[in-house]
Design a protein around this ligand. Structure first.
Ligand code: NDP
Length: 326
């Protein structure tokens, strides 16, 4: 499978690393909106090209992996490039997935390609686990907890506060809430009861720490509904201890079975990720294999993780899967 990467940020680099672990794939080219000579990649025999030249690669790439941002890049790029390639993205604005699906579906059907959207861990592996658990235990309750991990959006929000030079925000699940869910207590949990937020902030010189802390803690939508802790640290400390992009979380469904619902069951799926983009990239690359196979079979249009049978993700064939993993 010849893979193209469009957009070379955290995810783009993660996809490049993931391709290295999958011998049935090779990286053909990385496309960027920046000047190609300013973007240096890790793979020796792959090209870095301007996105303006992408059309020349129409017959040289089996699946194009879109690694741009969900806010503004992917809503435009995924439908656009579905006109030329089989595409896959990690679009994670949950509320806008239905319209994104429609846009990619129309483009992919018109051009005769496959598009797979919203692949990663959430949306992605978490969505799959929510769906499996719902189908298996119709009588029950769903819970998703995120963290401990870095929230890019909340870190950006901190950095926009006056007096803040730099900052990182961690989302942390509340342990007692997790325990109650795992015990099958089916608690009703408010936003505040599910997660706390911890901020590490580097102040501008002369900034008023108390004012910065107050502004962060009362920020609507981002922090006001949570118990938030703010730590002031040096720039060196932020670099040394908070430069990673870890994340993870838990998808739990607790349900009841039996004639009088007398038995409890708890299904739990959890992730603890050292690198959010590298893990997300590994999921995307497995689904790129599925995109290629679906295309070969003659399928067209947009798909999500719900539509794709698990065997399509694996490099192993059906006989080997049945022998080793079933
Ligand atoms: P980045 O900000 O690192 O990269 C986004 C784009 O920015 C790149 O593709 C790149 O495009 C452009 N860019 C511009 N200047 C630079 C620069 N100097 N260095 C690096 N990139 C630059 O975002 P991420 O890769 O971390 O994340 C991309 C998206 O992945 C997120 O918006 C998120 O929605 C999604 N995601 C989804 C997950 C899921 O579970 N579904 C999980 C994690 C992320 P170009 O090369 O064209 O300039």
């Amino acid at each position: 499978m010849r893979i193209g990467i469009l957009g070379y940020g955290n995810l783009g680099r993660g996809v490049e690393c993931a391709i290295k672990q999958n011998p049935d794939m090779e990286l053909a080219a990385v496309f960027t909106r920046r000047a190609p000579e300013k973007v240096s990649i890790l793979t020796k025999n792959a090209e870095v090209c301007s996105v303006n030249d992408i059309e020349q690669w129409k017959d040289k790439i089996d699946v194009l992996i879109l690694c741009g941002g969900s806010a503004t890049d992917l809503p435009e790029q995924t439908p656009k490039y579905a006109e030329l390639f089989n595409v896959i993205d990690s679009f994670d604005t949950h509320a806008r997935i239905p319209e994104h699906f429609d846009d990619v579906d129309a483009a992919a059907k018109k051009s005769g390609h496959i598009g797979i959207i919203s692949v990663g861990w959430d949306p992605g592996m978490f969505s799959l686990n929510r769906m499996y658990a719902n189908a298996i235990l119709p009588e029950g309750k769903d819970y998703t907890f995120w963290g401990k991990g870095v929230s890019q959006g909340h870190s950006d929000a901190i950095r926009r506060v006056e007096g803040v030079k730099d900052g990182k925000q961690y989302t942390i699940p509340v342990e007692s809430a997790l325990e109650a869910v795992r015990n099958g207590e089916n608690p009703e949990l408010t936003t505040r009861q599910k997660h706390t937020r911890e901020c590490f902030v580097v102040l501008e010189e002369g900034a008023d720490a108390a004012k910065v802390e107050e502004t962060i803690k009362t920020m609507p939508n981002y922090f006001a509904d949570y118990d938030t802790t703010v730590h002031f640290i040096s720039e060196e400390e932020l670099q040394k201890n908070h430069s990673g992009i870890p994340h993870g979380g838990f998808v739990i469904r607790s349900g009841k079975t039996g004639w009088d619902l007398e038995h409890n069951h708890v299904i739990e799926y959890s992730l603890k990720l050292d690198s959010n983009p590298e893990f997300t990239s590994c999921v995307i690359v497995a689904y790129a294999r599925a995109a290629y196979r679906l295309y070969q079979e003659g399928q067209r249009g947009c798909k999500t993780v719900f539509d794709i049978a698990p065997a399509y993700l694996s490099a192993k064939d059906g006989a080997e899967l049945r022998r080793t993993l079933l």
